[in-house]
Design a protein around this ligand. Structure first.
Ligand code: F55
Length: 831
């Protein structure tokens, strides 16, 4: 055993030090140390979890070293800092990503092999933090990765939910939710900071008094008090020294408050109050659409925003600069409207607590915030019932009214004869029962508004935020989403990543545009062979996973046709099913037909209260049950529902896809990011002109994208012209046959009632225009099948997709935010 070097205490530890060294031997020693001193175990009796914890602490030690140096560098240089405010983060498993960022995957594998251990088995043990619902939370995590990799000073602020998104089980074909227990074994990646905590007040009433200088002051006599404690997780940049901070707040009882009750003898009451305080950060709301009116949700938003702003003010105080310059230090991004109460809270902190005058505070506030919109669905735009808002945040309501009064006064000067427009612009929806419109507060209270794909931004400015676009066209910007190639290519698809590096060098990992170098190899037969090999390996790995998990037998040689995302009517998983049922009907009627073998996979969670989405899951499983055991299918059609879709599952799904289903009703998917992850892993897309599909198709070339269906304008016109889905059903025999089979109970053991709500909606209203797009979709799927029959053609298209996906890196997206919205520059941390 090598002698262990000691740190002198004054000299920073050198690279060979046990807690920072990166060689296999040092890692092996550190792993054994941690197994012993943290887990209290030795190798012979260690469990999977012991090994996972010991390895995680080994990696964490190496991150902490860089983390401290990053904080030192930021302190010295006092750079403008991005604060990403997001109620959700979906980072995925940390361990593998941190090994990758530190560049020690191989050394770690070797260290463990020396102990007879398998790195992949240990990685598989990690329970991921499911602190988000879907695309929005995952985008926040991709952005944190890119911020660190681009060496941008940044803090991600959010909520440390004790229970993240529910685990999904499938019972008798139905989704059943069970509670997520990600913290059960402890979380080696977080550092609790009991010293970084803030009081958060709610309820009560306000008093307006004149102070001794004749100034009007407001006292908020709150009714309740909570405390937020910081839990910090390091976010390492890839291949750089920068380690940024994800700071999540946990709600606890404010001790002094409990103490008062305790002294009055109500010990049990004090404990109850403590438990009640903790409920604020207890659970993530599992809806990917706003469900207005939930008091606890408003509390969660205010809680995390208030802690975050108080923290920013504390950091700001250490710079010694005057408060009116707050915005010169921080650029705060509102990830959707969820953190938008920040506009009123910063005003309150600056005016009520720090004594700034209104105009100075407003100037700082407007220059601090910018707002990202993620949805056009009117029902998903967040608004709070006024009585609820008044009850929880009485002082903030006054501030919102004052912001609104000043704003509308300006607008009346601009539009003296247009009271209808003034009412539409107002932050308060005055039609009883009256609401606070959070998107309006965000638009007024920030200096930029952005959509997440070009089409989405255009529609934002012409529909839901048109009135704001009319007054401030320059505030509107597009920032098309992106995804991190580290997690979604290097980690998820190491075989393909190696092939790319062999062909192009490794520059693509930090400059994804370099993938364009593949274009010249698209027709190279030897390269194509290796490409198909790499794909086949991932397909076989997914097939094996599904066999071991659910006992599904699927053929890796078949076309893997995958739709993986939250279940939503607008995302149209049931349009995909209509195609599946159509294929089934064709094969039933012509069992000898020459149809290429297809495996149609679905994955995704439904909001627990969204009955139709849950019925769609049931239908997927019901169709799977019938199709998969029908001998007439002769393995040419298989349907599989992959349960409990999360980031970890996603990493095994994207690389295995041949065909990516991006089939939302045009105009409804703000961007999509799964579309990017599939294409980056060499899947071809079948999709509508919706969200970022439009730009993906432009980038990869129309010949390398399977386009179908109405565009967004045609969808609007179709509805306006008195859309009658029943007429389409009557006219198209294949459509009629598919719908009839579902309606008649063929997939429900004869029960014609089970899927009735779904069928009735399609034939009656069909809000999402499935029937309007059905024929175009099925014909397009036939073109997919034709292309698949020609492997050289298919592979060429797949290579060109990957070659041209460079602009969909989150590095590009973040560079644009830095340049156009945040006005921040890198601050290099030296090694
Ligand atoms: C979560 C909670 C609420 Cl209250 C509302 C929405 C959500 C949520 O998860 N939204 C979401 O994921 N939106 C998606 O954001 C992605 C990133 O911008 C887009 O790609 C996607 O189109 C959009 O639906």
């Amino acid at each position: 055993m090598p002698a262990r070097k000691q740190s002198s205490g004054t000299v920073p530890p050198g690279p060979e030090h046990t807690r920072t060294g990166l060689s296999a031997e040092t890692l092996r020693q550190a792993f054994l140390d941690n197994l012993f001193y943290i887990q209290g175990r030795f190798p012979e009796i260690a469990t999977d979890d012991d090994r996972y914890q010991a390895l995680s602490y080994t990696v964490r030690d190496r991150l902490l070293h860089r983390w401290v140096r990053t904080i030192q560098a930021y302190k010295e240089r006092d750079p403008r800092t991005v604060c990403y405010l997001s109620a959700e983060y979906l980072p995925g498993p940390h361990l593998a990503n941190n090994l990758l960022s530190l560049g020690i995957v191989d050394a770690t594998r070797e260290a463990l092999r020396g102990l007879g251990l398998d790195l992949d088995a240990i990685l598989d043990h990690e329970e991921e933090p499911g602190l988000g619902n879907g695309g929005l939370g995952r985008l926040a995590a991709c952005f944190m990765d890119s911020l660190a990799t681009l060496e941008i000073p940044a803090i991600g602020y959010g909520i440390r939910y004790e229970y993240g998104i529910f685990d999904q089980k499938i019972q008798d074909g139905w989704q059943v939710e069970t509670s997520d227990t990600w913290l059960h074994y402890g979380n080696p990646w977080e550092v609790r900071r009991p010293g970084i905590c803030y009081d958060v007040r709610i309820g009560g009433r306000t008093e307006h008094v004149t102070d001794e200088h004749g100034r009007l002051r407001v006292h908020w006599r709150h009714a309740d008090l909570f405390r937020g404690v910081a839990y910090d997780t390091p976010v390492a940049g890839y291949g750089v020294e920068t380690v940024n901070l994800l700071r999540l707040w946990r709600a606890e009882a404010a001790e002094d408050f409990d103490f008062t009750v305790f002294n009055q003898g109500d010990y049990v009451g004090a404990v109850m109050r403590k438990v009640r305080s903790e409920t604020i950060s207890k659970v993530l709301y599992p809806n990917d659409e706003a469900d207005s009116g939930k008091r606890l949700r408003l509390l969660q938003q205010y809680f995390f925003v208030s802690c975050s702003l108080q923290d920013m003010l504390r950091i700001f105080a250490t710079t010694g600069r005057p408060l009116a310059e707050f915005h010169a230090k921080f650029a705060a991004q509102l990830n959707d409207t969820h953190p938008t109460i920040a506009v009123a809270e910063l005003m309150r902190l600056l005016v009520d607590e720090h004594g700034l005058d209104w105009d100075e505070a407003w100037q700082a506030t407007r220059h601090t915030f910018a707002y990202t919109n993620h949805t056009l669905l009117p029902e998903a735009l967040e608004k709070w019932p006024l009585p609820l808002f008044a009850d929880v945040l009485p002082r903030h309501l006054e501030i919102v009214y004052e912001i609104n009064r000043r704003f509308l006064d300006d607008m009346r000067l601009r539009y003296p004869d247009d009271p209808a427009r003034i009412a539409r612009l107002s932050i308060i929806d005055e039609t009883p029962p009256k609401y606070v419109r959070m998107a309006h507060l965000a638009s007024v209270g920030g200096h930029a508004i952005n959509g997440v794909a070009a089409l989405h931004t255009r529609l934002l400015g012409t529909t839901v935020l048109k009135d704001f676009h009319d007054i401030w066209p320059d505030k509107f910007q597009n920032k098309t989403n992106g995804v991190t190639p580290r997690r979604f290519l290097m980690l998820a698809n190491p075989g393909l990543a190696d092939l790319l590096t062999e062909a192009l060098g490794d520059g693509w990992t930090r400059d994804l545009e370099r993938l364009r170098g593949l274009e010249g190899l698209a027709d190279d037969p030897a390269f194509q062979d290796r490409w198909r090999q790499a794909k086949l390996i991932r397909k076989a790995a997914l097939a094996e996973r599904l066999r071991a998990g659910q006992g599904n037998a699927i053929d890796p040689a078949s076309l893997f046709d995958i739709q993986a995302k939250r279940i939503h009517e607008y995302k149209r998983q049931h349009l995909n099913l209509l195609h599946v049922v159509t294929l089934y009907n064709r094969l039933k009627h012509a069992p000898d037909a020459d149809v290429p073998a297809r495996t149609v996979l679905f994955g995704g969670k439904a909001a627990p209260g969204y009955a139709m989405a849950k019925l769609i899951i049931k239908l997927i499983n019901a169709v799977a049950e019938v199709v998969n055991r029908d001998p007439d299918m002769r393995d040419r059609l298989k349907v599989v529902f992959v349960p409990d879709y999360n980031v970890k599952v996603a990493q095994s799904v994207y690389p295995a896809a041949d065909l990516s289903e991006q089939i939302s009703t045009a105009g409804m998917e703000a961007s999509g990011t799964g579309n990017m992850k599939f294409s980056l892993n060499g899947a071809l897309t079948i999709g509508t002109l919706d969200g970022a599909n439009v730009e993906i198709r432009e980038a990869v070339g129309p010949d390398n994208f399977f386009l179908f269906g109405l565009d967004a304008d045609e969808a609007v016109r179709t509805r306006a012209a008195g859309y009658r889905p029943y007429a389409l059903y009557e006219r198209d025999p294949e459509l009629r046959a598919a719908v009839d089979l579902i309606a008649g109970g063929h997939f429900a053991h004869g029960d014609a009632g089970l899927f009735r709500p779904l069928v009735d909606h399609l034939l009656g209203r069909d809000d999402y225009l499935l029937l309007a797009d059905y024929r175009a979709y099925v014909d397009c799927q036939d073109r997919v099948a034709d292309a698949w029959r020609d492997p050289a053609r298919w592979t060429r298209m797949a290579i060109l997709n990957v070659a041209r996906m460079g602009r969909f890196s989150s590095d590009r997206a973040i560079a644009e935010y830095c340049r156009d919205i945040w006005n921040v520059a890198p601050a290099r941390v030296d090694g």
